[in-house]
Design a protein around this ligand. Sequence first.
Ligand code: BGC
Length: 418
Amino acid sequence: MSQSNIRFPKKFMWGASTSAHQVEGGQHNQWTVWELDNAKSLAARAPYHYEDLDSWSRVREQATTPSNYVSGRAVDHYNRYADDFDLLTQLNLNTFRFSIEWSRVEPEQGKWDAAAIEHYRDYLKALEARNITPVVTLFHFTLPVWFSELGGFEKRRNVKYFQNYVEKIITELGQHMKYIVTINEPEVYAAQSYHEGNWPPQRRSRWLTWRVLENQIAAHAQASRFIRTKSRKYQVSMAYSVSHVYAGDDALLSRWYARVFDELANHYVLRRSMRHNTYIGLNYYFSDRIYGYRVHNPNDELSDLGWDMQPQDIRYVLEDLSDRYNKPILITENGLADAEDESRQWWLTETIRAMHRARENGVNLLGYLHWSLLDNFEWDKGFWPKFGLVSVNRNTQERTIRPSARGYARVVSSVTKE
Ligand code: BGC
């Protein structure tokens, strides 16, 4: 990209994101229980879901093998985190988002695992030693088994258990933190687990979808109140999944439905939780083009997962969020599944240009965290989608920096000026 006119301030947060379950390995939570029960059927149903994808011939073998759907040792980040942090340094990145695994810290209700807490203390110190700012997520789709057996976020009375966990983490580890994401993508979690029925506990009910959303909003409010009372240094948000919604034609119906869709899919949770945020955590992956009552995307450029790629549209999301809510924004996730690394460099370039334009138009943008640092476990799709700046050979656990990541590192150092 021509960077001569593109500038980002020295304090801009450049980084990458992960979540515990997707990289750590060795988990025991509601997801691992579900994976073991469902690996065979997920593998058997893979052709039905993915055989139309351009990537299918490449991924078929992995996608039809049950072990693909079991997180197992994942990419062993639990043991290899120090080396992984060195990769961040090599890539000129100053920020890292990760999640703390609640099921490790509180494996039984009310019983805290001191060794697990110590692990995360060492982990945070290892980031500190490298001058890397942590962005800490407290709940990223995985729950202790005991909590999900009590009904998880389906029940309002269970919110207190999440609050106990939050208080424990802040009390023990808060001195090493500033940026906190209480809950990752509450709307995606509620929709996938309780509406689409794709994720555990695979219960399909409109009532439960709504309850789980509301209870996460309540959990966020309580957590944020506690955290901000402890210290004003903390910056708190959820990470919201927001798409750019636009009408594909001038028809009244398309324009009207685009507005309704945007309000429901993107702004319901944002509006209900905004007063408990000091910033906005934004996860942006795609746009939704509306024709009539349907999402119908151009699909000119597709990622390995078949997602329509419109990286430049992040600009509209940034400007809209900034206009509506007037808070600083941190891009907590953004990226694509691209095993061959064909489009990632282009994606990053387009995104950085769009961020620059949004900043010129007055958006207070704190930083950009690419999803993901490492190839990882992509939930019900398992390991075949490759989102990493760094690829991982899971037989040897060897890490290889992808060419696009080197490009990202070069851009970061050339656009960052006083
Ligand atoms: C989630 C990540 C996931 C990514 C790509 C987000 O919805 O927070 O955990 O890997 O999207 O699908």
